[in-house]
Design a protein around this ligand. Structure first.
Ligand code: C5P
Length: 224
């Protein structure tokens, strides 16, 4: 079996993509499947961690035997992860969180007969949950973010990652390229992990399970 190098550790992992409702039947969403986050939760459990998975609209089954909190929107994800993070050794924000949500949610279905040929949506910023967790983290706690970018140039992707890490104040950032076929729904993933100094501390390419293993190796090292 795998090394039990996370035994006694409490790890919170977010997975999936938030959906921001427009009306009772429609939402703004993204193409995150939740696979990478769920593989992280499974791998951390296998290595002995006690895991809370905060799951937003997974396209794959919720894994059996892992404590899971189901959420829909960014604001719901924020309250679930903030609560679960209390006393946790590490928080891994693998979920794709909507940056904006509709300013108002209609109580009834939006009807084209009422709206006409163009419909303008007003959106408001969602809180940056990762930055909030990093700002509130307690001594010894690790906060790990993801940066899913469509930038194809590896050097430019790295610079974007370094800027993002500095902005968010997290301990590690997992960089991966996403696009129409890469990243979200795929079975494989390719990532680089940078530390708070912007230094690449790990690289991994392979199944999402093997990438999860590399990310957890970094967590083990970071926890010391
Ligand atoms: O800013 P960007 O969305 O690229 O950052 C991605 C990272 O930040 C991911 O770890 C994601 O879970 C997190 N995030 C967040 N709250 C947001 C947007 C992203 O925690 N509103």
């Amino acid at each position: 079996g795998p090394a039990r190098d996370l035994s006694g550790r409490r790890i919170v992992i977010t997975a999936g993509g938030t959906r921001e409702p427009l009306d009772p039947v429609r939402f703004l969403g993204n193409r995150s499947s939740g696979k990478q986050g769920v593989r992280l939760a499974e791998a951390a459990t296998a290595r002995g961690a006690s895991v809370v998975l905060v799951a937003a609209n997974l396209e794959i089954p919720v894994p059996a035997g892992i404590e899971t909190r189901l959420v829909g929107t960014a604001l719901e994800l924020q309250s679930a992860v903030t609560e679960a993070a209390v006393g946790a050794d590490a928080v891994i924000m693998a979920a794709a969180v909507a940056d904006y949500r509709p300013a108002t949610v209609r109580g009834d279905k939006i009807k084209k007969e009422d709206v006409g040929d163009t419909l303008t949506l007003e959106l408001v910023r969602n809180p940056d949950i990762l930055a909030g967790l990093a700002a509130a983290k307690t001594a010894g706690q690790l906060v790990i973010g993801f940066a899913a970018e469509t930038e194809a140039d590896p050097d430019r992707l790295l610079s974007l990652g370094r800027e993002k890490l500095a902005r968010k104040g997290c301990d590690y950032l997992v960089l991966n390229r996403v696009g129409w076929t890469e990243g979200f729904a795929a079975e494989r993933n390719e990532v680089r992990i940078i530390d708070s100094a912007g230094v690449i501390v790990a690289e991994a390419a392979g199944t999402k399970m093997s990438v999860a293993g590399r990310i957890l190796d970094v967590v083990v090292t970071g926890l010391g």
